[in-house]
Write a protein that binds this ligand. Structure first.
Ligand code: GLU
Length: 276
């Protein structure tokens, strides 16, 4: 059975781009007789706002979607810790005390996720007073795995090679997992077979595919849908160029009609789909 998901982070309200993503994931599941899941990705500490999950549920209902909700990430921390400790024992994670400022001071190369970490802490004795993140030793992981692929409905078959990211953080200083580790583990635990999300997250799949292989997880297919951009050519953001779904809903806009427009790729003036 096809299982898709919508996995918003409760750091702010949803906007039209999220609605497009949720409708896309919902319809892909329903068209194929499958299941559409909602997962709240709330491990961002203070950035996670307590009132947002309920607002999101109201938004999705307003759009006429039906879903099954799986446990929020904040309830799954022990599962992330367990996997991280397994990876440490396998020599695939190493501790790093560098701050963003330390990394920038080294004038690193830029990768898909910003500055590429130059491996400063690898094999170094660390200051025990400093908070520690855990990074994946990507070269070591790739040497263990060899050539890897993923199937992408929208982009075709891809070769997974996360080396362009450098040694990514899997355990943050302030949380027992980074987005990469948490989302990969949860998609597997939730039985997601078709990871549906915006093309802006396409490059992240290099990392996720490697994690799946390292951890022996089932391998889904991906569907990276095009993202919506505003008249300024930028990705939609509530504060910049798109009102929130909650504001539209409270202003009495018809959510079902909006979902239909999104299905037909009819967007409000100035909003278009970005070409891939
Ligand atoms: N929680 C992520 C976000 O809100 C989505 C992650 C994903 O779909 O993989 O951007």
């Amino acid at each position: 059975m096809v299982v898709t998901r919508f996995a918003p982070s409760p750091n702010g309200s949803l906007h039209l781009g999220h609605a497009f993503s949720a409708v896309t994931a919902h319809d892909l599941a329903k068209e194929r007789g499958g299941k559409f899941l909602l997962r709240i990705e709330d491990i961002d500490g203070e950035r996670s706002l307590a009132d947002k999950p309920d607002e999101f549920r109201e938004d999705l209902a307003w759009l006429g979607l039906d879903w099954e909700e799986v446990p929020a990430q904040s309830t799954r921390l022990a599962s992330y810790e367990k996997v991280a400790s397994d990876l440490i024992h396998r020599g695939l994670l190493y501790p790093c005390t560098c701050t963003r400022k330390d990394i920038m001071a080294l004038e690193p190369r830029l990768g898909p996720e910003g500055a590429i970490y130059p491996g400063t802490c690898k094999g170094r004795v660390l200051d025990p007073e400093k908070p520690v993140a855990l990074r994946l030793d990507v070269d070591r992981a790739m040497a263990e795995l060899g050539e890897l692929f993923w199937e992408d409905e929208t982009n075709g078959t891809q070769i997974a090679d996360p080396r362009a990211f450098g040694d990514v953080v899997l355990v943050r200083k302030d949380a027992p997992a980074s987005y990469h580790l948490a989302a990969t583990l949860d998609d597997a635990a939730d039985g997601v077979t078709l990871v549906t999300r915006g093309q802006d997250l396409f490059a992240m799949t290099h990392i996720h595919r490697v994690l799946q292989e390292l951890l022996g997880l089932p391998v889904p297919i991906w569907h990276h849908h095009p993202i919506l951009i505003g008249a300024d050519g930028e990705k939609l953001a509530k504060r910049r160029n798109s009102p929130s779904l909650a504001d539209r809903r409270k202003a009495g806009e018809d959510g079902l009609a909006l979902a239909e427009q999104l299905r037909g790729c009819e967007f409000p003036a100035g909003i278009t789909l970005a070409s891939a």
